[in-house]
Ligand binder design. Structure first.
Ligand SMILES: NC(=O)c1ccc[n+]([C@@H]2O[C@H](COP(=O)([O-])OP(=O)(O)OC[C@H]3O[C@@H](n4cnc5c(N)ncnc54)[C@H](O)[C@@H]3O)[C@@H](O)[C@H]2O)c1
Ligand SMILES: O=C(O)C(=O)C[C@@H](O)[C@H](O)[C@H](O)COP(=O)(O)O
Ligand SMILES: [Zn+2]
Length: 364
């Protein structure tokens, strides 16, 4: 079992990473003073529920918790305002009060959605993250919670930190291969922005990660969570440093929105976006090796590096203008300068961005 801490003063919380934690959930809930008197609501999705919901519910009920559950459709389209409303209805029907806790059991979609329900229900109740995807090593840590708008990704949301993150590595064994690769996108990102050695390790161990080898997976998620926790601890609300976690997201979020949330998985869109950022890095004078390493590392974990031909460049440019990273009339990009180091560039020339997006269709 590995343990990390997100240091945020009175909002600090632990990240537990290990095998079999789902079966020990109640003990952790009690350790972290989750109320036994007020009902809990577990929010999960239709792929996760048949595999893990009964075991979590059983463990909590046996320990004396009152538990209700809500199962949403799998996939990005569940991160919507209408889903938020139906979950609030569910919370009211289940009698959740201000001392209740919302539990997110699932990937980043469930985590972001359930977290936003927790942030808004009765103006904020506690929540616990139980991530079940590789990608969710990123989404379960840091307290960014949100739903999408048809025009812009994650545009309705809040900062709301969980009470704890309970990461049971055993649940990852049932992930479909496409979601394994998509999740590794943010793992590779954490190396690219912070740690050259970890980037090299990801490349060397790509096959073990794709095969879901527990030792490799445990180490990769521990390292990824460590980077995330370190950054968030220094800058909870993205006043400056935290923006580096957005590597690849300026283009990536636009791709997700243009595709109508679903054609490209988040990790896939971010992979293509990171190639775009690496190309932008070259324009700012980064050595060629930064681009080639980025591309090789992402390819090795089975991610796309090329923008599909049918994506409309004008629509992508337009979507970027709605993103949170378009501010004070300029485009903001996180740009790699060497492996393990990035810089935030404001005032990026629109003409450069357009050229790079066009170039993304030509990547080999
Ligand atoms: N809040 C943040 O800081 C943050 C960070 C990164 C990403 N995100 C968000 O996370 C979302 C993507 O997360 P994701 O990739 O985990 O997507 P997801 O939650 O949709 O999960 C991917 C797929 O895997 C299925 N699944 C989940 N766990 C499973 C398991 N153990 N076994 C079998 N199937 C399982 C899901 O049902 C889904 O079909 C995006 O909405 C993105 O914006 C948020
Ligand atoms: O936690 C962060 O900060 C991140 O940027 C992590 C990203 O991987 C994540 O996709 C996040 O939701 C993007 O932030 P947003 O503010 O652009 O929605
Ligand atoms: Zn992301």
């Amino acid at each position: 079992m590995r343990e990390l801490k997100v240091e945020l003063g009175e909002r600090s919380y632990p990240i537990y990473i290990g095998e079999g934690l789902l079966q020990e959930a109640a003990a952790y809930f009690k350790k972290h003073q989750i109320s036994l008197k007020s009902p809990l609501l577990i929010i999960t999705d239709e792929h996760v529920a048949p595999r893990y919901l009964e075991s979590l519910e059983g463990n909590l009920r046996e320990a004396g918790f009152t538990v209700a559950s809500a199962v949403v459709p799998a996939g990005e389209s569940s991160k919507s305002l209408s889903m938020l409303e139906s979950l609030v209805t569910k919370a009211l029907e289940a009698g959740l009060d201000r001392k209740s806790t919302i539990v997110a059991l699932g990937g980043g979609v469930v985590g972001d959605l359930a977290g936003f329900v927790a942030a808004s229900y009765m103006r904020g109740v506690k929540f616990v993250q139980i991530p079940t995807t590789i990608l969710a090593h990123d989404s379960s840590v840091g307290g960014k919670v949100a739903v999408n708008h048809p025009l812009a990704k994650n545009i309705i949301g809040a900062f709301h930190q969980p009470e704890m993150v309970l990461y049971d590595l055993n649940t990852l064994q049932s992930l479909p291969p496409r979601d394994v690769s998509a999740g590794l996108s943010e793992v590779v990102k954490h190396g690219l922005i912070w740690d050259a050695e970890f980037t090299a390790w990801c490349e060397e161990n790509a096959d073990r990660l794709l095969a879901l080898e527990p030792d490799a997976l445990g180490y990769a998620l521990y390292k990824g969570c460590s980077v995330k926790a370190a950054v968030v601890s220094k800058d909870e609300r993205e006043n400056d440093l935290r923006a580096i976690l957005n590597l690849g997201h300026t283009i990536g979020h636009a791709l997700e929105a243009v595709a109508g949330y679903g054609e490209l998985l988040h990790g896939e869109a971010i992979s293509i976006g990171m190639i775009g950022s690496a190309r932008l890095g070259l324009r700012y004078g980064a050595p060629e090796d930064v681009y080639t390493t980025t591309k090789r590392a992402l390819s090795k974990v089975g991610l796309p590096v090329k923008l599909p031909e049918h994506f409309d460049v004008d629509a992508i440019m337009n979507a970027m203008m709605h993103d949170k990273k378009f501010s004070e009339s300029t485009m903001v990009f996180v740009v790699p300068t060497e492996i393990g180091k990035v810089e935030i560039k404001k005032d990026v020339q629109t003409a450069w961005v357009r050229e790079i997006v066009e170039q993304l269709k030509l990547e080999a």
